[in-house]
Write a protein that binds this ligand. Structure first.
Ligand code: MTE
Ligand code: HPA
Ligand code: MOS
Length: 755
């Protein structure tokens, strides 16, 4: 483990000096935008009357689809999402118009005066209902390995069941927002809080009917994205750009929290059905699952998320016969979207539920079945990829050994014997997560590195900093490869004019893709500087190495500083800038066959979770989570541990207290933090211990430091099963249920359920 470099944003963050979109100094003539959204979940727009709103003093213009010069379309995967509704609305909160006014207060006042008449149509809020009505976003996706039907008849134990996992609100601290400013000759610069600057640029150009080079998108940093700004930061930026195009004035739009909660999509709720078959040695021989994804009213990223559910449907287990299908079900909710794990968590919850149900029926510990089926070297995933450098068993057994699982379990049994009204439960949760965009064509990135003539360095990439520390990692890569100290390197904002056509910062691959590009650019620069240094020192090029801001010759520090070499390179007219492109090798996937090698590598780990249940109240505390996690060779263990902790708590929240609720007519009920419970310091685990797995690292990862952003979220699933076990310890008649989140209300019902 190398010594940790502090996150380069920490200094300005703690002083409140870091700049987010809302902190930008705005031009004096800046106007404020505000969306008018649908007050019904489904219907035909009969009439909208803007006249009263338009008369409010300070209202400049109210934009609708009629003001669009290009096309009214922002759908990225499928063209099914208008920027502003035309004749129909499909969810409560769907943008219909955009009020531009001199102040937010004026815009809000005007919004209340817009009169709308909607002829209501039937509302679908659940995936099950949508499937009944054959309401789908896209065609179902199937993955198949072996022959499940033939295998079930030979299994010793077979069981079936159903599960539900609810959505999840991203709750990034910084709400969605943008600032769009007119430039010369019809160009527009948009500062956006987006994970995907190129996607914003492309959508804005399409809607405005202009070339992409007219739109410059700049991202300073995000106050959290968690997937919620991969696709859904686009609409607001495009709306502001439409207004700039018409008014030739700067437009700022920062959503307030209520509007953000109501209008944006969340993690997809899933209703799923499974069938699992084991032989007498506890080997899982066959697994079938049907996943109904509640996609909301438009595709957004739903089909890609659905596909990732299938990629992770067998989690860390080898199952020789698998048949899975996922339906993206169209409902009248805001389009659901990317959220840390990207459909993977929903898939893993189902296989863990299936194993738990089987264990309950067989009267054995769930972990016996888990342990008997952990992936091994050269096992085949249901999508055809062969597992290599597998750490499923090693992290599992090392967690059990390092944390003395046997002892922990005994303590829990003895606690439960002694206590009537408090019960404890414990679980083991292995994870396996594939790293790469599942859409192969997205696995590329670029970096532009300038060495300025004083020896300082500026690095631009396509990576968006959203708190995950990617800029710090980019700086480390540049600094190490160039052999110079950290204070010589600056990370520039993410800007489409410096680095073009990027994939969004997502899929946990941002550091890998952009880091490899930074490394390549720096290697090319060093090659040139080595020639200069060799000439200056009158030695052979092969003896030169750059380290600690000096030229080293044959491993010995020379008199030549980095600055001297850079200055000499200027004299010799050698180019001190480099633009490098990296595209992940090997990965490929045939979507028709559902087979290929979609992932550069997998990340593994195992968590042990223990909880204490108050059996009078139904409340619970997470006593501890102990994790062995596969970081590869972490290049910044401080940042990476922070990622594991954050993801874990987010996963626990999803599984325990965060309960999204819509009324049957499609209105968001959990519309504030008083009705939506995210983990606070009391519901976070009392202790979290994280041990890096002893692994050799993976060459496909940047400096062998594996991707870390999403995988640990799924450790949170362990909390669900630990609580189940505690409920069962109190009430022997309790039948396991797979209906997440396991809120204290549901726990209480379970504690006193009679059979
Ligand atoms: N960590 C912080 N602090 N803020 C975030 O928004 N997003 C997560 C994860 N960790 C996020 C985060 C998600 S959804 C992803 S895909 C990755 O970071 C993206 O960054 P990476 O590719 O650099 O890991
Ligand atoms: N993960 C995250 N975001 C994505 C992906 C993925 O696999 N594919 C497209 N967007
Ligand atoms: Mo993360 S859900 O891939 O932005």
């Amino acid at each position: 483990m190398s010594k940790t470099m502090k996150n380069i944003d920490s200094f300005t963050h703690v002083r409140g000096e870091s700049i987010f979109v809302d902190d930008l100094i705005t031009r004096q003539d800046t106007l404020i935008g505000l969306v008018f959204d649908s007050p019904k979940a489904h219907g035909k727009i009969k009439e909208v009357n803007y006249s009263k709103a338009e008369k409010v003093k300070g209202v400049v213009k109210i934009f609708t689809y009629k003001d669009i010069l290009g096309v009214n379309q922002i759908g990225e995967i499928l063209p099914d999402e208008p920027l502003w509704a035309e004749n129909e609305v499909h969810y409560w909160g769907q943008p219909i118009a955009f009020i531009v006014a001199e102040s937010e207060a004026i815009a809000k006042k005007a919004r209340l005066l817009i009169e709308i008449e909607i002829e209501e149509l039937p509302v679908i809020t659940t995936a099950i209902k949508a499937k009944e009505k054959k309401s789908f976003i896209s065609a179902p996706i199937y993955f198949k390995l072996g022959d499940t039907a033939a295998t079930f008849s030979n299994c010793d134990h077979v069981t079936e069941g159903e599960t539900f996992s609810n959505g999840q609100e991203h709750l990034y601290l910084e709400t969605q927002g943008c600032y769009a400013v007119p430039q010369e000759n019809g160009s527009i610069k948009i500062t956006s809080s987006t994970q995907g600057p190129a996607q914003v640029q492309k959508a804005a150009a399409r809607v405005l009917g202009v070339a992409m080079h007219k739109i410059e998108v700049d991202v300073i940093r995000l106050g959290g994205g968690f997937g919620g700004k991969e696709d859904q930061a686009t609409a607001w930026a495009v709306m502001a750009a439409v207004a700039v195009q018409y008014l030739n004035k700067p437009i700022k739009y920062i959503l307030n929290r209520y509007d953000d909660l109501r209008m944006t999509g969340k993690r997809h709720p899933y209703s799923s059905f499974f069938k699992i078959g084991l032989n007498k040695d506890l080997k899982i021989m066959a697994f079938e699952a049907e996943f109904l994804q509640n996609s909301g009213a438009a595709a957004d990223l739903s089909p890609a998320i659905a596909e990732r559910t299938l990629f992770h449907a067998t989690n860390s287990y080898f199952i020789p016969n698998v048949s899975t299908v996922v339906y993206s079900c169209k409902t009248n909710l805001p389009p659901n979207t990317a959220f840390r794990g990207f459909g993977g968590p929903q898939g893993m919850f189902v296989i863990e539920s299936a194993i738990a149900k089987m264990a309950e029926e067989m009267g054995i510990d769930k972990r016996k079945i888990q342990e008997a089926n952990l992936l091994a070297e050269n096992d085949e995933f249901s999508y055809g990829q062969i597992a290599t450098k597998v750490e499923a068993q090693s992290t599992w057994f090392s967690a059990k050994e390092k944390f003395e699982f046997g002892k922990l379990e005994k303590e829990i049994f003895s606690f439960n014997r002694k206590n009537a009204h408090f019960k404890k439960g414990i679980s083991l949760m292995p994870i396996t997560f594939g790293i790469s965009f599942t859409n192969t064509m997205m696995n590329h990135a670029r970096a532009l590195v300038h060495i300025y003539q004083d020896g300082s360095v500026g690095v631009s990439t396509g990576a968006v900093e959203m708190g995950q520390g990617v800029n710090t990692k980019m700086l480390q890569v540049a600094q190490i490869t160039l052999g110079i100290s950290a204070n010589k390197v600056k990370l520039e904002t993410t800007n489409t004019t410096r680095v073009a056509n990027t994939s969004p910062s997502a899929a946990s691959v941002t550091a890998d893709l952009n880091g490899k590009a930074v490394d390549m650019a720096c290697v090319a620069l060093i090659e040139r500087l080595r020639k200069v240094a060799a000439k200056m020192a009158s030695v052979d090029e092969s003896t030169i190495f750059f380290k600690e801001d000096y030229v080293f010759v044959n491993g010995e520090k020379s008199e030549f500083t980095w600055e001297t070499i850079v200055a000499q390179a200027m004299v010799e007219r050698i180019v001190l800038s480099e633009n490098a492109h990296y595209a992940t090798p090997i990965v490929h996937f045939d979507k028709i066959k559902g087979k290929g090698h979609p992932f550069a590598y997998h990340v593994y780990g195992t968590a042990i979770t223990a909880v204490t249940l108050d059996c009078v109240r139904g409340t619970y505390e997470i006593d501890f989570v102990k994790i062995v996690h596969d970081f590869g060779k972490s290049m910044n263990i401080g940042i990476d541990i922070g990622q594991v902790e954050g993801a874990l708590v987010q996963g626990i929240g999803w599984m325990t207290t965060e309960e999204i609720a819509y009324s049957s007519d499609g209105r968001l009920l959990s519309n504030a933090l008083s009705t939506y419970k995210v983990p606070d310091i009391f519901s976070a685990p009392k202790t979290v211990e994280i041990i890096p797995a002893a692994v050799e690292g993976n060459k496909m990862a940047i400096r062998k430091s594996k991707a870390v952003g999403e995988p640990p979220l799924m450790y949170g699933i362990g909390a669900y099963f630990a609580i189940q076990q505690a409920v069962k310890a109190f009430n022997k008649n309790y039948k396991l249920k797979f209906d997440s989140p396991f809120t204290p209300g549901k726990v209480l019902t379970g504690l006193y359920e009679k059979n």
